[in-house]
Design a protein around this ligand. Structure first.
Ligand code: SF4
Length: 324
C-alpha cells in the first residue's frame, strides 16, 4: 500500500517513528514535498480564513498527497502525550477537519488516536485503527512498534546532542552521529512549535540563518525532558496544552541559563495558545534582564523583514555582551 504522510505539523517530531512503523509493516511511505508557495496557496484555498497558518499549510500538504494517488493518508488524532494535558483543539479534531474538507478521502484516512502519558507514543493501544485498517495481528503491530520506538529514541538523542530537527531527520539513518560543536560567540534560545521553526517556508529557515550569522541556537527539543518538567512544575498553573508547556519550560530555562544571551519566539498568525504563552514569556524578560523578541509569521511574511529583525536583535545582543 502507498501511505501518504503530510510533511506538516508533528511530522517534524514523530516522522521517524511513523515512517519506521509503516515501513516495518511492509508499506510504501509517500511524503509531501517541502512546503512551497503552491502548497501554501492550496491550503489557504481549502481552509477557513481565521484558522492558524500551520493548519492551512497542513491542508495544502493533504491536497498535494491526494494528487499522488495514495491508498491511505496517515493523520493521527493527537490527544495527549502527558498526564493532565492535551494537544491544542486543532490537533484533537484534525482528522475530522480533514474529512470534512476533503470528502474524497472517505475510507482512505487512517487516524489512530494517540493518547498516552508519555511522549514515547509506541504503545499498541494507540494504533488500534491502523491495526484494523491494515488487518494486522497483535504480533505484527508490536514487532513493528518496537523497531519504530528504537528509531525514534535515536532521533531524539540526536536532537539532544544539539542538532536541529532538520539535521536529526537526516542523521537518524546513519550508523554513527558525530558530536555536535557550537561555534558562535552568542547563544539564542529559539522557541516555538516544531512545525513553525522547521518548516523552512514558514520560518524562512530561521535557525540556519541564525547559525549563518555566528549564533549558537538552542531549542526546546535539545533539552532533557526533566529540565523542562522542572520549570513547568514551578508554574502556579500549568497550561492545558502539552507543547505550549514544553515551550514555556524551555523559555524559562533559557532565561535562567547564563549561557543564553536572548530568546526569540517564533509564532504563527492565528495561534490561540501562543497569544497567552508569548505574553507570559515576554513579561518575564524584564525580570531576568534578558532580551526577548517575538517573530509572528504568516503566509505573506517577507524574507527581508525577518532577516532585518533577526540581524538587529543579534547586533543588540552582541553589544550588550561586549558591555558586560
Ligand atoms: S498550537 Fe497554535 S499553531 Fe499549533 S495547531 Fe494549535 S492553534 Fe495552530
Amino acid at each position: 500500500m502507498k501511505i501518504g504522510v503530510p510533511r506538516a505539523l508533528l511530522y517534524y517530531y514523530y516522522f521517524p517513528l511513523w515512517q519506521k512503523l509503516l515501513l516495518c509493516l511492509g508499506h510504501e511511505v509517500v511524503v509531501s514535498p517541502e512546503t512551497n508557495k503552491e502548497i501554501v496557496d492550496l491550503g489557504v484555498k481549502k481552509s477557513v480564513p481565521e484558522i492558524c497558518v500551520p493548519i492551512k499549510i497542513f491542508n495544502g500538504h493533504v491536497e498535494n498527497l491526494l494528487k499522488k494517488n495514495v491508498d491511505y493518508l496517515f493523520v493521527p488524532r493527537m490527544v495527549s502525550v502527558e498526564k493532565g494535558c492535551t494537544f491544542c483543539p486543532k490537533f484533537l479534531g484534525l482528522p475530522d477537519m480533514v474529512r470534512s474538507t476533503f470528502p474524497e478521502l472517505e475510507g482512505k484516512l487512517i487516524s489512530p488516536k494517540i493518547e498516552m502519558n508519555s511522549e514515547i507514543i509506541a504503545e499498541p493501544h494507540c494504533y488500534q485503527e491502523l491495526k484494523d485498517v491494515l488487518n494486522l495481528s497483535d504480533k505484527e503491530l508490536r514487532k513493528a512498534l518496537k523497531v519504530a520506538k528504537k528509531h525514534w529514541l535515536k532521533f531524539r538523542s540526536i536532537s539532544k546532542k544539539g542538532y536541529l530537527i532538520s539535521e536529526a531527520l537526516d542523521l537518524v539513518d546513519q550508523k554513527t552521529v558525530p558530536p555536535f560543536e557550537n561555534q558562535g560567540d552568542i547563544t539564542i534560545g529559539l522557541i516555538g512549535y516544531v512545525y513553525d521553526i522547521y518548516d523552512e517556508f514558514v520560518s524562512m529557515n530561521v535557525a540556519k540563518r541564525m547559525r549563518g550569522l555566528g549564533v549558537n541556537v538552542v531549542t526546546f527539543e535539545m533539552l532533557e525532558e526533566r529540565i523542562i518538567d522542572r520549570e513547568v512544575k514551578q508554574m502556579s498553573k500549568v497550561l492545558f496544552w502539552t507543547f505550549s508547556n514544553k515551550i514555556f519550560g524551555a523559555g524559562m530555562h533559557f532565561y535562567r541559563n547564563k549561557r543564553v544571551d536572548g530568546i526569540i519566539h517564533i509564532t504563527a498568525f492565528g495561534c490561540g495558545p501562543d497569544s497567552l504563552l508569548g505574553k507570559m514569556l515576554e513579561l518575564d524578560s524584564e525580570k531576568f534582564n534578558k532580551p526577548f523578541m517575538t517573530v509572528r509569521v504568516d503566509e505573506h511574511t517577507g524574507e527581508t523583514h525577518l532577516q532585518t529583525r533577526i540581524e538587529a536583535f543579534i547586533d543588540m545582543l552582541r553589544k550588550k555582551k561586549k558591555k558586560g
